[in-house]
Design a protein around this ligand. Structure first.
Ligand code: 13P
Ligand code: 13P
Ligand code: MG
Ligand code: MG
Length: 366
């Protein structure tokens, strides 16, 4: 049986700044999905990470399905009405267009979807990150799928020894999808050369080379490329199938212990370490630090198990302490040098205008 797993995510308003959605807002999204699920969805799970609400759902309609996307769009619209009424901050922030046009891609919400042939048992992970962008997954997924220092299965499992194929998208090119396919291990230097530039090149999906099956799908939307101006960070979601021909759950989680530096943090304009957090984590210090949450599921004929919170474990408490330390360290240097994003990525028009004005005041001298 073919099952589609879709996750659609949007920031449609939050309490007290960019912190978390209200219970009322979550309830409205849940009610809207429940009211329209009949005949469309097999199952669904509504959650939040920071100020973003994600609708994870299963169905048999394939990826990019108009009815599934409309169901999510309608839920986000209904939520926006509630958010506006309650005076939540950034109500409807990620809904960049007024009208639905067949597909939420390009309208603001982030989407990651996979159509799969369910295995006898089908475990997968759902990641959601806030205060960062899709390039945040470049390093952990490269390490989990291409580096035996993190993924022991590349050495130990015959099913994985052929490696994985990466589809990498150039998100700076907005007219069409501009994608390259590269395989690990033969082309890991090329993969690394692209993935080092997290603002331009982003992993779109990953496939097993031994079976050809897809194992990862990521949201690659860049809001500022869609809107032409800053409208909030892109806050990416990802789906990853695990075990068997794919890395084990713990191998996919392993690289998240780096707390690597990503783009995002305050005003989408800084660099901060990605902190692996428990489900339903809110946002705090300096509108961050950037967070990632992970929910593990099993599915059977599209029916979802309850979620298992993959970062809710004493091990990750210790990691969070280290990452908090990294966050404080980089913040100690304020606006200076690498603690802020490069000019091309600064999300606020203000500083760009200011520099233009100041440039006029420069004088030449010998
Ligand atoms: P969000 O994209 O999560 O709304 O964050 C916006 C921001 O600029 C926080 O400082
Ligand atoms: P305001 O300038 O409206 O406070 O918005 C800032 C913002 O949302 C960045 O976090
Ligand atoms: Mg927000
Ligand atoms: Mg957000």
């Amino acid at each position: 049986m073919k099952t589609t797993i879709s996750v659609l995510k949007a920031d449609i308003g939050s309490i007290g700044g960019h912190i978390k959605p209200s219970q009322e807002l979550l309830a409205e999204v849940r009610n809207s999905v429940a009211a329209n699920a009949k005949g469309l969805l097999i199952d669904y799970y509504i959650s939040f990470t920071g100020d973003d609400i994600a609708i994870l759902c299963t169905h048999t309609r394939g990826v990019n399905d108009e009815k599934i996307h409309k169901l999510a769009w309608d839920a986000f619209r209904a939520g926006t009405t509630v958010a506006k009424k309650a005076g939540l901050y950034g109500a409807g922030q990620d809904l960049l267009k007024d009208a639905f046009s067949g597909n939420v891609r390009g309208l603001g919400p982030a989407v990651a979807e996979m159509e799969i042939e369910e295995r006898e048992n089908e475990p997968f992970l759902f990641f959601a990150a806030d205060k960062t962008d899709p390039g945040a997954y470049n390093l952990p997924f490269y390490l989990a799928f291409a580096d035996p220092m993190y993924c022991s299965g590349l050495i130990l499992s015959p099913k994985m020894s052929q490696g994985f194929k990466f589809r990498i998208i150039d998100v700076s090119y907005t007219e069409k999808n501009k994608i390259i396919e590269l395989v690990a291990p033969e082309e890991i230097y090329d993969i690394a050369a692209l993935l080092r530039d997290t603002e331009k090149y982003v992993i779109e999906s990953i496939y097993s080379r031994s079976t050809g099956n897809q194992c990862a799908a990521l949201s690659t939307q860049r809001l500022h490329n869609i809107a032409g101006k800053y409208t909030g960070k892109d806050d990416p979601v990802a789906l990853v199938r695990v075990q068997g021909e794919f890395p084990a759950t713990g191998e996919v989680l392993a690289p998240f212990n780096i707390g690597h530096y990503v783009a995002g943090f305050m005003r989408g304009s800084h660099i901060g370490p990605l902190m692996p957090c428990k489900l339903q984590t809110t946002i705090s210090y300096f509108d961050g630090p950037p967070v990632v949450t992970g929910a593990a599921f099993s599915i059977k004929e599209g029916k979802l198990s309850e979620p298992a919170d993959v970062f809710d474990h004493p091990y990750w408490e210790a990691i969070r302490m280290q990452v908090a330390h990294k966050a404080s360290e980089i913040r100690r240097q304020g606006f200076c040098g690498p603690s802020m994003l490069p000019f091309s990525e600064l999300e606020y028009g203000g500083v760009v205008e200011k520099l233009k004005e100041l440039d006029k005041k420069f004088k030449f001298s010998d």
